[in-house]
Design a protein around this ligand. Structure first.
Ligand code: COA
Length: 330
């Protein structure tokens, strides 16, 4: 059986910075409320019409370059996003067209905040079996155009931001490896963090009445999300450690999905890890859903938080509910 590794990593965010103070001008909120409860200081919002594939492209090109492959060597494109350009086809189709690599199969996955780790697991399986050698995996979100940026939507609107991260997962011929992945879900909480409309039950799928009811915007049971996140994140991390015989002391860094700084602090506490070992860049980008882990990996590496050969645990929790982890030797 073959082994897989992350061979290249790239990131891209819109240039436009939206601070908490900018949000204060358009809704009844405050920098203090947002920072205290979430740790977020600013996020990036696109300023002109831009599709998820377009935002992802620079991140993808950087990942391909680092992996030292030609784009024609990509055997499969996986895109994790909850903010695609269209209901169908998926963002991966638009990305494949932008990359000009006809025939590479395309696969969109919808697993919300767990999308990147679920994608990593899918990529790992394809490499392990020998079916593919190089897989492009992208996490990308353009949340800003789908948020209720009025006081009515403030409980969720202040949390989310736009961004993209990409990796090339390749067959490993050295010590770098995706050592394990663990995927979990509990659909009984599907409506605790979701977008209701447009819905598939009614005809037409979207009506003026639905829009008036603001059913096209995300809605969240914040307390339920918080309560489950602080339990599920540590469980997923422990699953990764146990599967590989790794220790808390031995791992270099936990890179969690950037949901909320309070959640990150709770993860550190419950795992008995110093906060410096649980990476956070949420103050810069907010919650970028499927993009947050590759964006965090990118920033953490740039800040010198890990190096080749280090043991990393990636972990996610989010809508679905879904949660997951990956043990990676960089
Ligand atoms: N600005 C100001 N006030 C806000 C606000 C905002 N952006 N959003 C909500 N409020 C108000 C509410 O209207 C409510 O007011 P009320 O008490 O008068 O009804 C009050 O703040 C709620 O505050 P509090 O009880 O302190 O909220 P909380 O401690 O439950 O924190 C969250 C709210 C969202 C920060 C918290 O539930 C959370 O972190 N949940 C997880 C969210 C998450 O990570 N989601 C993504 C997962 S992938």
């Amino acid at each position: 059986m073959y082994r897989s590794k992350i061979a290249g990593l790239g990131a891209n965010v819109p240039e436009n910075v939206m601070t908490n103070f900018d949000l204060e001008k358009i809704m009844d909120t405050s920098d203090e409320w947002i920072r205290e409860r979430t740790g977020i200081q600013e996020r990036r919002f696109v300023t002109q019409p831009c599709g998820a594939a377009e935002l992802a492209l620079p991140a993808v090109l950087a990942a391909i370059q680092e992996a030292k492959i030609d784009k024609a060597d990509i055997d499969l494109i996986i895109v994790a996003t909850i903010t695609p350009e269209h209901l169908f086809p998926g963002t991966s189709s638009f990305l494949q067209a932008l990359l000009e690599i006809p025939y590479a199969p395309t696969l969109d996955i919808r697993v919300q905040c767990s999308g990147f780790i679920y994608g990593l697991s899918i990529a790992d399986q394809f490499i392990k079996t020998g079916m593919y050698e190089n897989i492009l995996l992208v996490g990308v979100e353009i949340q800003s155009v789908g948020l209720d940026l009025s006081t009515a939507g403030r409980d969720t609107a202040v949390l989310f931001g736009d961004g993209a991260g990409a990796v090339v997962v390749s067959r490993s011929d050295d010590d770098s490896v995706i050592a394990s992945t663990h995927l979990f879900a509990d659909g009984t909480h599907a409506k605790d963090l979701w977008i209701d409309a447009p819905v598939g039950y009614e005809s037409p799928r979207i009506t003026n009445e639905m829009l008036d009811q603001r059913r096209q915007y995300p809605s969240m049971n914040g307390r339920q999300v918080f309560k489950h996140a602080v339990t599920r994140f540590p469980e997923a991390v422990i699953a990764a450690l146990d599967a590989n015989g790794w220790t808390r002391e031995g791992i270099k860094l936990v890179v969690p999905h950037q949901a909320n700084m309070r959640i990150t602090e709770a993860i550190a506490k419950r795992l008995d890890l110093p906060l410096e070992k649980v990476y956070s860049n949420i103050h810069r980008y907010g919650n970028t859903t499927a993009a947050s882990i590759p964006l965090a990996l990118y920033d953490a590496r740039r800040e010198g938080k890990f190096d080749k050969g280090d043991q990393l645990v990636l972990a996610a929790f989010g809508s679905g509910f879904t949660w997951s982890s990956a043990a990676v030797v960089w």
